[in-house]
Design a protein around this ligand. Structure first.
Ligand code: NAD
Ligand code: TDX
Length: 349
């Protein structure tokens, strides 16, 4: 049986990746390593926790000796690395936390993989999950390609860019069999309500203001999280060692437009008058160094691996809203305690 380490599996994207791999590959044993920070939540994985090919391990990737021991004990054949500090606003107030987990944590994993695999890289794979934000900010036209130069603009994207560089350096220097993907904004079930869409879903439900940074004219490309998990499966199994794949939704939206659409979907679901929730939209101080536009050219993964998004955006958004409305308990748990302090500090209310 192959042993696969997935890091950050209790987080938003990681939980969908763990579920897909546990259910689809009965010949793999999946080890989900997660520190259970504010963003990690095992409630999300209740449906797989009893599976015979699944084990959860609580631990911190920053702790090098713990990571070394874990690799010694389990002799993993592959790594899918998602654990990270992932929120841009938090990186603005505490950049070092992002250096620790995203840079040092990634290098610890690379070192342990290199050590236990020694020079025997046959059928081994280290897959690092990254973001389109490493490429910087676009103007009104153009797309990020795999060959686009890195130009990170926030402490978050600088830490992710740094980790990507380390992964490529280990491939070049030690011949570690790595693969990297850079994906655009994900949305869907289980996303922590600090990110734009779940924060707005939560606030619309509670009749609270919807904070739009600046004029709301920044643009993001949005992909349903399950489609990202499918892409990760394709890249892990069919991607070429040493290659990078950009993943995107072919789906660009201005922030204000996407929040207005969300308001309309929520009005329908909550039985409110059309236009009611839009009244909650409130323009607030812009994010420092706010990237203007991200847009991915995902033709490489489409042409070479045959992947493309399975859902239309409107369908994905409805599924997402339905999930949040029917998982109030999940939302209550993650918004109790420290979330209140974070929210107060971030939005001064
Ligand atoms: P998330 O914040 O929801 O989850 C991160 C997970 O990592 C959490 O479960 C957390 O407990 C865990 N973690 C954090 N620090 C850790 C540490 N030191 N040791 C072990 N575990 C730790 O993040 P996400 O949105 O699911 O993102 C997952 C990955 O995908 C990240 O690498 C992120 O950069 C990347 N990514 C995210 C998006 C997006 O839109 N969310 C887009 C592209 C790429
Ligand atoms: O309250 C808000 N108001 C607002 O206008 C928040 C939280 C966000 N925004 C804006 C900022 C962005 O332009 O909405 C856009 C989306 O913001 P986030 O949800 O914070 O995502 P973003 O900063 O684009 O980064 C996300 O996509 C790339 C993820 O958080 C990253 O982990 C991923 O790498």
């Amino acid at each position: 049986m192959k042993k696969l380490l997935i890091t950050g599996g209790a987080g938003f994207i990681g939980s969908h990746v763990v579920r897909l791999f546990v259910n689809k590959y009965s010949d793999y044993h999946i080890y989900n390593l997660d520190a259970l920070t504010y963003a990690g939540n095992l409630e999300t994985l209740k449906d797989v926790e009893e599976a015979p090919n699944y084990t959860f391990v609580k631990g911190d990737i920053v702790d090098a000796s713990f990571i070394d021991e874990l690799f010694d004990t389990h002799q993993f054949d592959g790594v899918v690395h998602l654990a990270a500090e992932s929120h841009v606003d938090r990186s603005i107030s505490d950049p070092l936390a992002f250096v620790r987990t995203n840079v040092i944590g990634t290098v610890n994993l690379l070192n342990s993989a290199k050590r236990i695999w020694a020079d025997n890289f046959d059928r081994k794979r280290f897959y690092h999950i990254s973001t389109d934000e490493v490429y910087g900010s676009l103007g009104e036209t153009g797309f990020f390609l795999e060959s686009t130069s890195y130009d990170p603009q926030s402490p978050y994207s600088a830490s992710k860019a740094s980790s990507d560089h380390f992964v490529r350096a280990y491939a070049n220097t030690y011949k570690l069999p790595v693969v990297i993907s850079n994906c655009s904004n994900n949305y869907g079930p289980n996303q922590f309500p600090e990110k734009l869409l779940p924060l707005c879903i939560h606030n619309i439900k509670n009749n609270k203001p919807l904070p739009i940074y600046g004029k709301g004219d920044n643009i993001r490309d949005w992909l349903y999280v399950v489609d990202h998990a499918r892409a990760i499966d394709d890249i892990y199994h069919k991607g070429q060692a040493g290659e990078t794949y950009n993943i995107g939704g072919f789906n660009e939206w201005k922030n204000l437009d996407i929040v207005e659409l969300l308001c309309d979907v929520m009005d329908k679901k909550l039985g409110r008058e059309v236009g009611e929730s839009r009244k909650l939209i409130t323009f607030v101080k812009d994010r420092a160094g706010h990237d203007k536009r991200y847009a991915i050219d995902a033709s490489k993964i489409k042409d070479e691996l045959g992947w493309e998004p399975s859902l239309q955006f409107e369908e994905g958004l409805e599924k997402t809203v339905d999930w949040y409305l029917s998982n109030q308990e999940w939302l209550d748990h993650v918004t109790s305690g420290d979330y209140k302090n974070y929210y107060k500090k971030q939005y001064q209310q």
